[in-house]
Design a protein around this ligand. Structure first.
Ligand code: GTR
Length: 436
């Protein structure tokens, strides 16, 4: 069998597996395994794997399927918490949210509002800034996107009034970060990723928080950021199931939603959609799973630890991500380095945790590191639960050609191009938003 032939065979097996509604799917690939941490990009070298079912056959037959799914959903959520992202603290905290500034933005089309949230526990106080744009001419509360940004709120728009973060930032000349401090030079440097005008013109709001305001993206044994508010809940050898940075970011997004629901009259707090790119796309899915107040979730190029199936081990793998970013997931997740088949979960089940709320998985054709095909398979397999719950699944049957978008209750698109989020992606997210 030629390599080409084998990969076509694998592909058709995968697509027929994708139509299997709920049983575990056995996918055939090569028994060969890529060398330790050497990325594999060859479909023919995807290892043999069997995916854990979203619901087993007996559950699927339950008379009251909604109730049976509710039980199974809890179990899946617990497994993702314990084995992958880490549980969030359950002890009490106080939170206050104050408007610190407002004015016109985006050439007068948007109302810009900035809020400072202060979260306190017996162990201290921590502040997080929230930036919200809504259409200037809205006649009532609007649905709103909420997502984290990588380098500070001031990077999302060339607007002099946006506060510059005081939190630790990764050094970047392009983003105006020097000595781990954000500067004026960063203003608007990520605006291609945040098309505020396009969004407000469509009648929606967009809100953002700097991820490093919640938890700086560095490995410090979970000492800083919101981890410091809950020292009794730090991950450790004895407690390898506690929150890593992605879970902390998700917790912070829930706090931002608290603030929106309580203080931002221009936004409809029941129609807030969590969105994120890349590591922040992984976070968007986990946030939507843990906090059902979010009306929907959008993961853009989220890859390994996001929408991509871990067991395919193509592009970035579990071993690689845990080595380069040891703080993103909980310590338990490291057991699965080079050992994905031992995972009790896989990422199609994370997509399923959004059901029946709308979910969007997006990929870019040249972003092989994030495994576009694995992201598509998660969306397709995860969508089976939507069908079982009596709503619509993903309309696409096969992994599509670049520049194809299928927008519905479960949505997927493959943008032509590189790892990024741009106006093409947002145009489709705006279409998706219209169903709310
Ligand atoms: C990469 C990482 C990916 C993705 C990306 C990003 O270095 O390997 O998992 O998260 O960073 O967030 O831009």
């Amino acid at each position: 069998m030629t390599r080409h032939h084998r990969s076509e065979t694998t592909r058709s097996l995968i697509s027929s597996a994708a139509t299997l509604a709920f049983t575990g799917c056995i996918l055939i690939g090569s028994p060969l395994r890529a060398q330790k941490f050497e990325p594999n990009y060859d479909e023919a070298l995807v290892p043999k794997y069997e995916l854990p079912p979203i619901v087993d056959a007996a559950t699927a037959e339950e008379h009251d399927f909604n109730a049976a799914w509710g039980k199974r959903r809890k179990e899946l959520l617990r497994l993702f918490g314990e084995q992958m992202y880490g549980s969030q603290p359950t002890t009490s905290f106080q939170v206050s949210c104050q408007k610190i500034e407002s004015g016109k933005s985006a050439g007068g089309k948007a109302l810009r509002q900035q809020f400072r949230q202060t979260i306190s526990t017996d162990s201290g106080e921590h502040s997080i800034d929230l930036l919200v744009f809504t259409p200037q001419d809205a006649s009532g509360p609007v649905p709103c996107f909420l997502g984290l940004n990588f380098y500070g709120n001031h990077t999302v728009a060339p607007d002099q009034e946006i506060e510059i973060t005081q939190s630790w930032c990764r050094n970047s000349e392009d983003k105006g970060v020097k000595d781990n401090r954000a500067t004026e030079a960063g203003r608007g440097t990520s605006s291609s990723r945040w098309p505020v005008e396009l969004i407000v013109d469509a009648g929606f709001g967009v809100a953002t928080v700097y991820c490093g305001d919640i938890d700086p993206d560095r490995h410090d044994e979970f000492q800083d950021g919101v981890h410091a508010l809950f020292p009794e809940h730090r991950p450790s050898q004895e407690h390898p199931d506690r929150w890593g940075t992605i879970s902390a970011w998700a917790w912070g997004l829930s706090r931002a939603l608290d603030c929106i629901q309580q203080e931002v009259a221009e936004v409809d707090g029941n129609r807030v959609v969590v969105v994120g790119h890349s590591r922040l796309g992984k976070t968007a899915l986990w946030t939507g799973a843990t906090d059902t107040r979010f009306a929907a979730a959008i993961s853009n190029d989220s890859g390994c630890g996001g929408a991509a199936l871990s067991r395919r081990a193509i592009g970035e793998t579990v071993g690689r991500i845990n080595t380069v970013f040891p703080h993103w997931f909980c310590p338990n997740f490291k057991q699965y380095n080079e050992n994905e088949n031992a995972l009790p979960i896989d990422q199609h089940q994370l997509v399923a945790l959004l059901a029946p709320r709308p979910v969007y998985v997006a990929s870019a054709s040249e972003d092989l590191w994030a495994d576009p095909r694995g992201e598509f398979l998660s969306a397709k397999l995860g969508s089976s639960i939507y069908v079982q719950l009596g709503t619509m699944g993903l309309a696409l049957e096969e992994f599509p050609q670049p520049d194809t978008a299928s927008v519905g209750r479960v949505s997927y698109h493959l943008r032509k191009g590189k790892h990024d989020i741009n106006a093409w992606d947002w145009g489709h997210y705006i279409e998706f938003m219209k169903q709310l």
